[in-house]
Design a protein around this ligand. Structure first.
Ligand code: ATP
Length: 288
């Protein structure tokens, strides 16, 4: 059962994710306290593809992990699907996490289990589904990520991109409203990254799952995200719609994203025209 998210006047539609003044600090080995996320509030709407970017150590992964309470905030509230996760019992939280899938940079698959068993895992541990239901759902999810034919293979037999697709299928199996992605393409080459981003975009369009993605690659934001938030030292310093370049960006990262968007728009407008041979360099001329 879901509960209405309290309206704090920040948006019209009830967001699927609402972070309210969340704070997270870590005790360092030298006895100091490090504020990884500082009094941060953020709404993410149902169906959005939302990027979290910032320099290394800015708090992106910590913020993502606050959304499913892999990190518990020291203060503040975390609403997902209208429920305040910080008030739930351990058992309620386990059930609610079915609504929040997650994928990681290193895929985190069960190495000794087949692709079928990896994807079936979250359905089996909750014990609410019949064998036939699990069978059908696993096949459905593998088809969604284009891996139907790999159902009986083991992770070791798959490429990095295929492993990440299995991880996506596993995350989607319980039909979550939200998919959290922590640097999902960092271990992949650029060609595989492109194809995986295309799959994530299709999944978002087909089933409407809200995607929140942490990345250090601005091109990932430009290609995939509708909205982006920029973090600095645990604070949200800027948030905007990716397809609306503006002269008013506060951060260098914001301006770089705008530049990528403008370049893409220019390239889409201008038909491809090869440079005449007189403008080619010596190396290029060798191939003419
Ligand atoms: N469990 C922990 N204990 C102590 N410090 C931590 C812990 N988790 C994160 N930190 C520290 O909090 C800060 C923010 O970490 P986080 O991983 O959220 O940053 P990030 O923006 O995702 O960085 P990166 O891009 O390098 O992954 C870092 O300085 C990190 O060392």
């Amino acid at each position: 059962m879901t509960h209405p998210t309290p309206d704090t006047g920040r948006g019209h539609a009830a967001p699927v994710i609402r972070l309210q003044s969340v704070q997270k600090s870590f005790a360092l080995p030298n006895g100091e306290v490090f504020d990884a996320v500082q009094s941060l509030s953020l709404d993410i709407q149902q169906g959005d593809v939302f990027g979290l970017i910032g320099k290394s150590g800015a708090g992106k992964s910590t913020l993502l992990r606050l959304i499913n309470l892999l990190e518990r905030p020291d203060s503040g509230q975390v609403f997902v699907g209208g429920r305040d996760l910080t008030t739930l019992s351990r058992r309620e939280l386990r059930d609610t996490r079915q609504n929040i899938g997650m994928i990681f940079q290193q895929f985190n698959l069960l190495q000794n289990a087949t692709v079928f068993d990896n994807v079936a895992f979250p359905l089996k541990i909750h014990g609410r589904h019949s064998k036939a239901e699990i069978n059908a759902r696993v096949r459905e999810c593998l088809a969604l990520v284009g891996l139907a034919e790999k159902i009986d293979t083991y992770p070791a037999q798959l490429s990095g991109g295929q492993k990440q697709r299995v991880a996506i299928a596993r995350a989607l199996a319980p039909r979550p409203q939200v998919l959290l992605c922590d640097e999902p393409t960092s271990a992949l080459d650029s060609e595989t990254t492109r194809s995986l981003l295309e799959t994530l975009r299709e999944i978002n369009q087909k089933i409407g799952v809200t995607i929140v993605i942490v990345t250090h690659e601005l091109s990932v934001v430009e290609v995939l995200c509708r909205n982006v938030a920029i973090l600095e030292k645990g604070r949200l310093v800027e948030q905007f719609a990716v397809d609306a370049p503006s002269v008013e960006r506060k951060t260098a990262l914001g301006r770089e994203i705008d530049e990528l968007v403008r370049r893409r728009e220019r390239e889409a407008r201008e038909p491809y025209s090869p440079r005449p041979p007189s403008q080619l360099g010596a190396q290029e001329l060798a191939y003419v």
